[in-house]
Design a protein around this ligand. Structure first.
Ligand SMILES: [Zn+2]
Length: 119
């Protein structure tokens, strides 16, 4: 943009495709293990860890004894998270799943060898 803001579309150009896929169609989480977590006053929690098959993001879910999800944490691989200047936030210049699917559709329609889908 002329005012120095990067457009979401321009940021996509150097954002890894595997991260784009995860943002557009969500992570493909595989369970990596279940653990017991003991709280300070003897409460017990069940911790389930997942890893995304595509981008290696880790998710940690912590359940109390009634199976209520009490906490969900994500650990993202380097480069997954995008940071924005206050001006970019103000302008709504975020890379959303909508921005990504718009790019995928535009690229697909330009692709002369896109296979025909037959129902
Ligand atoms: Zn992912």
């Amino acid at each position: 943009m002329a005012n120095g803001l990067r457009t979401p579309e321009s940021r996509l150009k150097d954002y890894p495709e595997k991260f784009q896929r995860c943002r557009q169609r969500r992570h493909q989480m595989e369970e990596k293990g279940r653990f017991l977590l003991r709280g300070a006053s003897r409460e017990r929690y069940v911790v389930i860890r997942y890893e995304c098959l595509t981008c290696k993001t880790m998710r940690t879910d912590i359940f109390d004894k009634t199976a209520e999800l009490v906490e969900r944490r994500y650990e993202y691989p380097a480069g997954f998270l995008l940071s924005y200047t206050p001006e970019e936030k103000e302008a709504g210049a975020r890379v959303t799943s909508k921005v990504i699917i718009r790019q995928i559709v535009a690229d697909s329609l330009r692709n002369k060898s896109l296979p025909e889908y037959e129902e």
